[in-house]
Write a protein that binds this ligand. Structure first.
Ligand code: ATP
Length: 287
């Protein structure tokens, strides 16, 4: 299978807990093209894992739309979501061990992870040995997991996620627990999978060096898209409802309530800040 596109429009998710509700996503508009490799950044609690879980069809959004390939997940049946999870989307959880059966070898783990995909549609599901070779673990296929290094365990977890030959790989902090050498090996492997298999990859990371190595990054802030990075350049992104978030550093100079005007100038826009809005209007409305 080649890559699958993912897009969201005004995506909202609210966790309903006893006593209070938490709005984890508050209107996310994001398009990831088939075969793209993007990084998802943002402070702890900003909504990254929630977005990943929704993309993976683990639960339905409270409102808005989310499309994976041709399937609109907010309206999908339980059977369609089962097929999606078995064949189209793989979610690699944070922490390699959470993705692996501890008493099975890497080959057995991959075989087990393929069972549902083979039931749904066996065409295009790669042989376990091919999957293990693609992550550089061919020689460790039958090794006891306890003798694998942390980097190898993460690669074994990656092999499990790739086992169904998914169109989309969602990876939650796959390099978080690794030293630099192992981190770079996992990143390199993800890059090769993306280049050779065409798998769409969405990778959550808190590591600035990892983010810098990716062609596109999307930052989530308070449950919304806070900005995008393209080849090291930072951008604000206009949302579907016309909002434009300020970069975090600009909030120091432009606190909430600041009045600004947009002026078109020779094909660009100048953002003009109104001076001291509180002092500008007196009690009678006169300056
Ligand atoms: N199962 C849940 N029940 C209630 N609230 C939740 C649940 N899961 C997440 N939240 C809340 O939703 C918000 C977003 O959480 P989420 O885990 O998506 O953020 P995150 O950016 O992935 O954080 P981190 O980087 O720490 O993993 C947070 O306020 C979090 O406390």
């Amino acid at each position: 299978m080649t890559g699958t596109a993912v897009s969201t429009r005004r995506l909202v998710h609210i966790y309903r807990t006893e006593g209070h509700d938490v709005a984890a996503l508050a209107g996310v508009d994001l398009s990831v093209a088939a075969g793209e490799f993007i990084g998802l950044l943002g402070p702890s609690g900003s909504g990254k894992s929630t977005l990943l879980s929704l993309m993976g069809g683990l639960f339905r959004p409270s409102a808005g739309h989310i499309r994976v390939g041709e399937l609109e997940l907010s309206a999908a049946t339980a059977r369609e979501l089962d097929r999606l999870r078995a064949r189209t989307v793989s979610l690699m959880l944070q922490g390699s061990q959470r993705n692996l059966l501890p008493y099975c070898s890497p080959r057995e783990n991959v075989g087990f992870a393929q069972a549902a995909a083979r039931r749904v549609d066996p065409s295009g599901v790669r042989d376990p040995d091919e999957v293990l070779a693609s992550v550089g673990l061919a020689s460790r296929a039958d090794t006891d997991l306890r003798s694998l290094s942390p980097g190898e365990l993460q690669l074994a977890a990656l092999a499990v996620a790739l086992a169904p030959s998914p169109g989309v790989l969602l990876a939650d902090e796959p390099t978080g627990e690794l030293d630099h050498r192992a981190r770079d090996r996992v990143l390199e492997t993800l890059g090769e999978i993306n280049a050779h298999w065409g798998t769409t990859i969405v990778l959550v990371t808190h590591d600035a060096e990892v983010a810098t190595s990716l062609p596109r990054t999307v930052t989530i802030r308070d449950g919304r898209i806070g900005g995008e990075g393209r080849s090291g350049e930072e951008y604000s992104v206009v949302s579907a409802d016309g909002f434009l978030p300020l970069p975090a550093h600009a909030l120091v100079d432009l606190p909430p309530g600041t009045l600004v005007r947009f002026h078109p100038v020779d094909g660009t826009y100048h953002l003009l800040v109104e001076d001291e809005p509180e002092a500008a209007a007196g009690p009678g409305g006169t300056p």
